[in-house]
Design a protein around this ligand. Sequence first.
Ligand code: SF4
Length: 395
Amino acid sequence: MATRYDAGVDHLAALLAGEPSYRVRQAWDGLYRRLLDPADMTDLPLALRQELDERLPLALTPAVESVSDGGDTVKWLWNLDDGASVETVLMHAPGRSTVCVSSQAGCAMGCGFCATGQAGFGRNLATGEIVEQVVRAARRARPRRLSNVVFMGMGEPLANYDRVWAAVRRLHDDLGLSARHLTISTVGIIPGIERLAGEELPVNLAVSLHAANDDLRNELVPINRRYPLEALVAACRRYLAATGRRLSFEWALIDATNDRPSDAAELAALARPLRAHVNLIPLNPTPGYATPGTPPAGVRAFRDRLRDLGVNVTVRQNRGTAIDAACGQLRATQSAPPQRARTVRVSPTRTESTSTSPAPTTPPGHTTERTNLPSTTAPGPTTGSPPDTARLASR
Ligand code: SF4
């Protein structure tokens, strides 16, 4: 059975066969413009609402909802009907509200510093599962308007190209989001970048670089062995030529690993000719990676070095750390709500609000209980604005 946001207009029309044709438009507007559940579409007859509710089930069952940053960051853990779990993060900043969505349950790319990579691949998400993450975040964002969507959550979006692109079309065509406000990140899947370059909608492209020489990148981002830097940079160049959009490079700063002056020089040499914006993301701790992120002073020094080398650079504000929604940390914290986070555990029979300031037994951002939820960090938007994404997987 198609889930609510998998169904296209044709599917809806088939469900509403025998009804006046304007009912299809009413129901579609209800789902995408007014973001309503069928039960709340009071312009439809009650029987029709009930039928749509039954025949178009939601795909995402909320398991945990966590709120931090004074309400400006909300993370959901969703259960899917086959037992998989994914996460979504909504972030508010002055003038914009951004949702960071997952495109896969798990990830096959194997970046060692990323919690999702550490947990391995589950499956691709369906288009409806991706779109529904956005719709539910948009509802939650009200009265603010959801302005940006970044595909920087769990998974490699370009490894699930067809479904991700179908979701992009739905977000643009039906939810009314501008392509300028849609960002797809990739760890460097060149065939996917080539396909993106040929699409009608010029979305933003964020490449999770993390290293600017092949030796180090082979180590940090294993897919680099298949798509090495020279070919990746050439693909980025073609993308820019085809779309005219800006490119961003995401760089998770790892202590004494990719934060040396030589790393800055190599990064600048790649970024400058492409006019790429660099987003620096101090690596957040994950259970399976021992090396810490670069300390704050080192982050500032790396940033300043890049600036001195003529690179447009931003340090990603790490938001959502208290709920493990920050870069590289999206791992469910189902057993021990971290400090200062408000966590609501959701079950079909009970909704329970936990304390707002539990004393953690582990450092903020960690839990003592491993869950089956992998996590990722994602790069930031390529708009040049200060980054406002909690990247789910440091790509
Ligand atoms: S960083 Fe991104 S591409 Fe790499 S394993 Fe994590 S989710 Fe996958």
